[in-house]
Design a protein around this ligand. Structure first.
Ligand code: 5CA
Length: 439
């Protein structure tokens, strides 16, 4: 992509209502545009990051054997009356009447909807387990939307749902998602700690939040610092194997968010030097809630004795749009965003410092073509701006590598490659550039 052809409305100053660094940087880097409180449009740069996160999340759900579906944003109120949540959900739910005066709502989550889909089709224990997910916009009329996309009213979520014959089977599904989340966050280059959590309006008795440590996080967290050292090779994880040992190696270390915190338990379970208190951002949340919805909505299958049996369910969320902010919170410096490679909007930012010099411009053009043909995603700064503006803009938007084309390109066939994270500069012969990046 050429910058002359790109919609990148960068700002010099961050808007006064942007309290935290990720919100400030997303606005300054032209990633989002506010529509109304807690509701945003995604502009080209922001949308690319959102899509990258979405595709990593999707790949890992698919790899774990979860089926992708797409449920509507607008749901009929009847389903929520069946489960009893229509009243419980209160003011957070956006309620709408259609022209026939039927009660509808903009989905804040999809337990009821997916249970309805399940009960229409699945009738036998032989067809279990069933694991379904979708990636869809949600609406919650949050009391205090804030921090940009971190606590929005409209936000993108991956929500998955499991259906099993009994509690024991449903724990296997729970563990699958637990491990799938560890792997997903690892691929996003985030250290997300699973913490025992309250279940709130979703319900149930078993729940974990996946939290990344950040001083701007909204949750108070208390945990054993040994969890920070937990490192597992998950790339080739086999989901058909027993995952309980791996899951237990996390569960047995104390980690809770504020609602579950108890000082006595903390002291009993964690040595003084390992006790850690911090703040964190909840990027995922998994729940096992047994028959809460299936009972109320009569989602049953025939078991092996030919009897009707109510299925056990769980639900598993990842805040995809929140992750964009959360990743920036954990990866930025005084110059701007520093994207982890896995979600960076482009691989390489190419800067032509001498746009007035025809020869240097033609060299830059050539580099742009070659790198693009080699499969790199390149954002080419071919704009008519001075070097200071170009450097600070490229630093602000945080692309991992910068290729800087100046006078030396003409005299010695050399360009500079800057690593955005370390700031290190390397001189590279133009002919070696593609192989330099392939390494
Ligand atoms: N149905 C369950 C699991 S699928 C559920 O809705 N869980 S949740 O309420 O915990 O939301 C799942 C994830 O969505 C959260 O972990 C968080 O990362 C994200 N999320 C929740 N509320 C918001 C919000 N207002 N803005 C941005 N992301 C949010």
């Amino acid at each position: 992509m050429r910058l002359t052809n790109y919609f990148l409305p960068v700002l010099k100053e961050s808007p006064s209502d942007a309290e935290i660094i990720s919100h400030q940087l997303m606005m300054r880097a032209g990633m989002i545009s506010q529509s109304s409180s807690g509701i945003y449009s995604w502009l080209p740069l922001g949308l690319r990051v959102l899509k990258k996160i979405e595709s990593i999340v999707r790949e890992e759900q698919d790899f774990a054997g979860v089926n992708e579906i797409l449920m509507p944003t607008i749901q009929p109120a009847e389903l929520w009356k069946e489960s009893g949540r229509y009243e419980d959900y209160g003011k957070e739910m956006l309620r709408i009447n259609d022209r026939q005066d039927r009660e509808m709502l903009y989905g804040p989550t999809n337990e009821e909807q997916v249970t309805d889909i399940f009960r229409r089709s699945i009738k036998s224990y032989k067809e279990l387990p069933q694991l379904l997910y979708h990636i869809q916009w949600k609406f919650r009329d949050e009391l205090r939307p804030r921090f940009g996309v971190m606590r929005g009213r409209e936000f993108l979520m991956k929500d998955a749902y499991s259906f099993d014959l009994d509690k024991q089977q449903s724990e296997i599904s729970y563990n699958k998602f637990f491990v799938c989340y560890l792997k997903t966050f690892q691929r996003l280059e985030l250290k997300a700690i699973p913490m025992a959590a309250e279940t709130g309006p979703i319900g149930g008795d078993l729940s974990h939040e996946f939290i990344i440590i950040s001083k701007t996080g909204e949750s108070d967290i208390y945990f054993d610092s040994k969890l920070l050292e937990q490192e597992n090779e998950l790339l080739n994880i086999d989901y058909s194997k027993d995952l309980s040992i791996l899951v237990n190696s996390y569960k047995e270390l104390y980690a809770v968010s504020d609602e579950k915190f108890n000082q006595d338990d903390f002291d009993k379970n964690v040595s003084k030097e390992s006790q850690t208190k911090s703040k964190g951002i909840e990027v995922g949340h998994i729940f096992s809630f047994g028959t809460k919805y299936s009972e109320a909505m009569k989602a049953k299958v025939l078991n092996s004795d030919g009897k009707q049996s109510t299925v056990f369910m769980g639900s598993y969320g990842i805040g995809i749009s929140r992750l964009v902010g959360a990743i920036i919170e954990s990866s930025n410096d005084e110059k701007g965003i520093v994207w982890p490679k896995s979600v960076a909007p482009y691989d390489i930012g190419l800067i032509n410092l001498k746009y007035k010099d025809n020869k240097i411009s033609s060299i830059s053009e050539d580099i742009y073509q070659k790198l693009s043909e080699s499969g790199f995603e390149v954002l080419y700064d071919d704009k008519n701006d001075n070097p200071g503006v170009k450097f600070s803009r490229m630093d602000l938007i945080g692309i991992p590598h910068q290729v800087i084309v100046g006078n030396k390109a003409l005299s010695d066939s050399i360009i500079e490659v800057k690593d955005r994270k370390s700031g290190d500069l390397t001189e590279v012969k133009i002919e070696n550039l593609t192989s330099f990046f392939k390494k």
